[in-house]
Write a protein of this length. Structure first.
Length: 241
């Protein structure tokens, strides 16, 4: 089952679904603070912009350099090429399309079943690596209308994975019930100003893949839904301090 707020034993290992965005960077820090061994997995799923693939490496490098207590816990990174999936699951993130809403009310940036695919592939690597915990940045509070980010969806996926593997596989979603402001606050609680700086400077969220302009909350176009959500969270967090 998924356990957004669980505490972990000191000898457990975790595999973090790591895109290089704000949420996955926060989840990486969360896992490093709790698990004895942490590995990361990323996906080349046919996304239009490869900025995030560079960002994820920079975030990892910055975390190792900045947090010597976490560095020994951070293990290998693996990128899996599932670009053919992106061709099938057409989205504004995988092809040139307007960012907005579809006729069924879902955002055009919704990549159908993306998180379910990621979790299934990650579970295969986790099993081979002797890992029983998957960590993902899914959130149903600020989830942009994506049905594969909801708690009930992930509970069902966790059960399906465990049945399919014939062994327990826990899915941890530490951001599930947090707003973006609370995600910024969590990162600060975990790593202080240093971690917040890494997320601002190195992580990437913008749907348009823009890194030309530096805002106080990071790089991005400033007007796509991902940037707007990240900026609002930053403003709300700053106002609450």
């Amino acid at each position: 089952m998924t356990s957004p707020n669980s505490t972990s034993s000191a000898d457990e290992a975790a595999l973090v679904l790591f895109s290089g965005g704000q949420d996955s960077a926060s989840c990486l820090a969360w896992a490093l603070d709790r698990f004895a061994r942490v590995e990361t997995i990323g996906f080349a799923y046919g996304q239009r912009h490869h900025v995030e693939m560079k960002a994820r490496l920079k975030v990892r490098e910055a975390v190792v350099t900045t947090f010597p207590d976490w560095a020994p816990r951070l293990g290998p990174d693996r990128v899996v090429d599932i670009s053919g999936y992106g061709d099938l699951a057409e989205s504004a993130l995988t092809r040139e399309a307007e960012i907005g809403f579809r006729e069924d009310g879902l955002p055009t940036t919704f990549v159908p079943a993306r998180n379910l695919v990621f979790l299934t592939v990650a579970s295969a690597l986790a099993m081979r690596r002797g890992i029983n915990v998957l960590v993902g940045g899914m959130c149903q509070t600020d989830y942009s209308g994506y049905p594969d980010c909801r708690q009930d969806t992930l509970d069902a996926q966790a059960e399906a994975i465990a049945l399919g593997l014939g062994r327990p596989m826990r899915i941890e979603t530490p951001l599930m019930n947090l707003t973006k402001a609370e995600t910024w606050a969590m990162a600060h609680d975990l790593g202080g100003d240093a971690l917040v700086k890494i997320i601002v400077e190195q992580s990437h969220t913008c749907y348009r893949g823009t890194r030309g302009e530096r805002h106080d909350w990071g790089y991005g176009c400033g007007d796509c839904p991902a940037c707007e959500l990240r900026e609002k969270g930053w403003r709300d967090w700053q106002a609450s301090q």
